[in-house]
Design a binder for this molecule. Structure first.
Ligand SMILES: [Zn+2]
Length: 245
């Protein structure tokens, strides 16, 4: 294949644009914010699960406290009724003794229930503090996630802008190059990643291999409009004064 040396040199501009497009695509896949977001999302799920768990414990305890309250209330009402009966003077001596006995039992029962109630309320207080703390943690991690997403979106917007600039550079460069040369360039790039490179000081700018004596003499012997390729990586080798020939 043949192409004017000036045309061949334009392949270097195209290769530079494509290298940047490759960097943009790589950067897009490997943004540190992506791993960070994944990690924060995992922590957020854990904190939200923990919050649901302590909230459930808190509402169970609340129900227990209310139930205990109703029981204490019914013991109090019963004692109140007994005291009214005793005060009414309409009960026999036997009934009076029974009522006194029952009042003692009710007083003991009320004391036990109130002790339990106190313990329940202390536990409830501790769990409520847990709910508060866990909810604050959820808020904090949600904020971290929003920050990381914002930074990711900013980085992606930068990459979008760079990509758009380089794609328009590409569209500007392509029509200046012969179709068969572009086809060769694209074929090599599709297989090896880099389609063309400068031959600099006898070294291929694509694979960095230093060409051996026989390869160099073949390139030296080739006409300057001959398109030559690296024998190692197939990249089109563009010759300039820097090539060391
Ligand atoms: Zn090479």
């Amino acid at each position: 294949m043949k192409a004017e040396p000036a045309v061949q040199r334009q392949l270097l501009d195209l290769a530079k644009v494509d290298a940047e497009l490759t960097r943009v695509a790589h950067r897009r896949r490997t943004l540190p914010e992506l791993a960070e977001i994944e990690d924060v999302e995992k922590r957020l799920r854990e904190r939200r699960d923990a919050l649901v768990s302590v909230q459930t414990t808190a509402s169970d305890l609340e129900r227990d406290v209310a139930k205990q309250e109703r029981e204490i209330e019914s013991v109090r009402a019963r004692a109140e009724r007994d005291r009214s009966l005793m005060a009414s003077g309409s009960v026999s001596a036997k009934q009076l003794a029974d009522l006194e006995h029952e009042l003692e039992t009710l007083a003991r029962r009320q004391s036990v229930l109130e002790d339990d109630q106190l313990e329940l309320m202390e536990r409830k207080e501790a769990v409520d503090a847990d709910v508060q703390r866990t909810a604050a943690e959820v808020d904090k991690v949600e904020q971290e996630l929003a920050d990381a997403r914002k930074r990711r979106d900013e980085a992606l917007a930068d990459l979008d802008a760079t990509q758009a600039r380089r794609e328009s550079d590409r569209e500007r460069l392509l029509p200046r190059l012969p179709e068969n040369l572009v086809a060769l360039y694209e074929r090599v790039r599709a297989h090896k990643g880099i389609g063309a490179a400068l031959l600099k000081a006898r070294r291929c700018g694509a694979c960095q291999l230093e060409l051996d004596r026989s390869a160099i003499s073949e390139i030296k012997a080739a006409a300057e409009d001959e398109v030559v390729q690296c024998e190692n990586c197939d990249a089109i080798l563009v010759r300039t004064l820097e090539s060391g020939l």
